[in-house]
Write a protein that binds this ligand. Structure first.
Ligand code: AMP
Ligand code: MG
Length: 405
């Protein structure tokens, strides 16, 4: 049976980065830039005051102090957003507010707190200023021609602000993937239906929707397909307009597990089936018309684990990103026994202790015991060859990336 690492690299290699598209900057956060952006302007675009105060000629304030103030004539006032036509001469000042353009002739700003108004037209200045004091120079943040955003960068809130500052409303980014989600099974009913004997509520669509959303992609729910080839074909056909499809259930060896057959009958390929992992062994991966299809097992834990291990890195790749797992060292509280031959993803809860991080197995580890996931905040990923881990061992834990410790 295919080993975990081999399967992951095979799947990842067959996934392509999605094409670029133009989006409004408010929709671009977290997406990957598909272009270099150079500034065509200086920011700020004019010399302006960093403080509320008076624009002056620095030489006029020479030696000014509390006991020996300098007297200046106030000839104008400039609120932010306005300019003055005056040109400052010796012994003159212009009242100026933060962000307003420095008037010609002035070369410094005295802050309001270091002055006193004698009357409407006269101030006392109590502090000497040097040329350039309290002035924000044109281009001090960004110069025309500067590289602002490089292709491949994951856009941050500051990048969005920078684009806005430059008057750029749209940016070319790698498309946000739309991921179709289809549950399968005659026993599966939706959560607004009354639970009849023999039926099971659809939880996989809901956990998968949430997992896809946390990746920064767009989940699209396609409902529940019956365990018939006809219904599966119809629903899978609908999914092909999206960037990829995740199914849950119907990929094992049961009589009604038709997902793989249907992919083949729809002229697709089933490239991978069954991986030496626990939980999640029946996992299938294939393509129809170059659209990736992840056939996840139906069991509620297997479905989430195989998403985390295989689908998530692929969604990141589609978005032009590399998924990096958050790994921490922790001390394993209890011993753990496993069978040789499969990689096992043991769900653990990690807590901080005075000796460092402590990892505790979250009880019964069956592939349908969703509580083992809900109590967990990480995986203890145990290689195929491991058969036993002793209590007190220092182990690597893959933290769930949506959990803060
Ligand atoms: P399957 O892989 O189709 O054999 O399903 C394995 C187990 O997972 C069965 O017990 C199913 O009832 C259960 N299961 C399948 N799909 C879902 C789902 N969408 N929500 C909750 N449980 C499911
Ligand atoms: Mg089924």
């Amino acid at each position: 049976m295919l080993r975990y690492e081999e399967a992951l690299s095979k799947i990842l290699n067959s996934i392509e980065v999605l094409p670029a598209c133009n989006v409004y900057i408010l929709d671009a956060i977290g997406l990957v830039s598909a272009c270099n952006i150079y500034s065509s302007e200086d920011i700020p675009s004019f010399d302006n005051s960093a403080m509320d105060g008076y624009a002056v000629r620095a030489d006029d304030t020479y030696n000014a102090n509390k006991n020996n103030p300098v007297i200046l004539n106030v000839i104008d006032k400039i609120p932010a957003g306005y300019t003055s036509d005056f040109i400052l001469s010796a012994r003159q000042a212009v009242k100026i507010l933060t962000g307003a353009k420095i008037p010609r002739g002035a070369d410094a700003v005295v802050i309001l707190e270091d002055t006193e108004a004698v009357d409407d037209k006269t101030i006392k200045v109590f502090k000497e200023v040097k040329r350039g004091d309290n002035i924000r120079l044109k281009g001090e943040d960004v110069k025309s021609g500067d590289l602002i955003i490089n292709s491949g960068r994951v856009l941050t809130p500051a990048d969005i602000g920078m684009l806005a500052s430059l008057g750029i409303p749209k940016i070319k980014v790698i498309k946000k993937p739309e991921i179709a989600i289809l549950s399968t099974g005659d026993e599966i009913i939706d959560i607004d239906k009354k639970l009849k004997e023999g039926k099971v509520r659809n939880s996989n669509s809901y956990s998968l929707y949430s997992l896809v959303k946390l990746c920064g992609a767009i989940p699209v729910l396609l409902g529940i397909a019956k365990d018939t080839k006809k219904d599966l074909k119809e629903k899978i056909k609908k999914a092909l307009k999206y960037d990829c499809l995740i199914t849950s259930g119907g990929v094992s060896v049961g009589e009604y597990d038709f997902v793989k057959d249907v992919i083949s009958e729809m002229k697709g390929s089933v490239d991978i089936w069954q991986i030496a992992i626990k939980p999640g062994k029946p996992f299938a991966f294939g393509k129809i018309k170059n659209k990736a299809i992840f056939g996840l097992p139906g069991n509620r834990v297997s479905c989430m684990v195989t998403f985390d291990q295989f689908v998530k890195p692929c969604i990141y790749k589609m978005m032009g990103k590399t998924y990096r797992r958050k790994i921490i060292k922790a001390i394993l509280k209890d011993s753990y026994n496993k069978k040789i031959g499969k990689r096992e993803f043991v769900r653990v809860n990690v807590t901080k202790s005075k000796d460092g991080y402590l990892a505790e197995v979250t009880g019964e580890q069956g592939s349908g015991i969703l509580k083992s996931m809900s109590l967990a905040n990480g995986y203890l990923s145990l290689p195929e060859e491991t058969s036993f881990v002793k209590s007190g061992s220092v182990v690597d834990i893959e933290l769930f990336d949506y959990i803060e410790l």
